[in-house]
Design a protein around this ligand. Structure first.
Ligand code: SAM
Length: 214
């Protein structure tokens, strides 16, 4: 099946709504076809701007949400990025395309089955610079520092390890709140995290972990 028209319609829709603003993210969407990242039964709905169910009651965020967050992260070629909440792997794939072969992405998923499926999706899309790990992403990756960190589940507060693992000048994109979430963008300064933006309300599955919901 040829999804080109559907993909172009979704890109145009996200430009109209203001979710998609940069050429870098637009190119990444074309390079990382979303139908490769959704369960096969849903492939023909891959270019609708809707969330989709995943195993274990989790969801693949709707394309606009993934795109708004990717734009807010403002990643650049060569950077090292951490994602918490791999889900389908599509968000990691978009970021990995922008950071390019000299950059890399570590993505952490708490459900092993979802991590396994995401790895397969990334392989199908020929993505080689994403390291998918299973674990509690609220702990981040000990001893590492990142240019950008993106949390794709609803957090009660900023997990301390993630603040510590963000380089000075780096950006953190994180939805926070219990029932409905506000999407926060922080920049790490020498004094700590400074709020740079709030991007409106979203709905996410909870971030469950030591520095998340219990
Ligand atoms: N960005 C993903 C995509 O493109 O498909 C969607 C992610 S989904 C909305 C959120 C994911 O976060 C779920 O798969 C959930 O299992 C995961 N999650 C929740 N708490 C977590 C934690 N502490 N560590 C790692 N993953 C977590």
């Amino acid at each position: 099946m040829d999804y080109t028209d559907a993909q172009e319609a979704l890109i145009a829709h996200m430009q109209d709504t203001g979710a998609l603003t940069s050429g870098a993210v637009e190119t990444a969407i074309r390079a990382m076809p979303r139908h490769l990242f959704v369960p096969p039964a849903y492939a023909r709905h891959a270019y609708m701007d809707e969330p989709m169910p995943l195993a274990h009651g989790q969801t693949i965020s709707q394309p606009s949400t993934v795109v708004v967050m990717t734009e807010a992260l403002r990643v650049k070629p060569g950077q090292r990025v951490l994602e918490i909440g791999t889900g389908s792997g599509w968000q990691a794939a978009l970021i990995s395309y922008i950071v390019g072969v000299k950059g890399s992405v570590i993505t952490i998923e708490r459900f092993a089955e979802l991590a396994r499926e995401a790895k397969q999706n990334l392989r199908n899309a020929r993505v080689e610079n994403v390291d998918v790990r299973v674990g509690d992403g609220t702990l981040g990756v000990r001893g590492e520092k990142f240019d950008g960190i993106i949390v794709t589940a609803a957090a009660p507060f900023v997990p301390k390890p993630l603040e510590q693992q963000l380089k000075t000048g780096g950006r953190l994109v994180i939805p926070m709140g219990k029932v409905v979430q506000e999407m926060f963008v922080f920049i790490k300064t020498k004094k700590g995290l400074e709020q740079a933006d709030v991007l409106g309300q979203f709905r996410f599955v909870p971030l469950v972990g030591k520095y998340g919901f219990q």
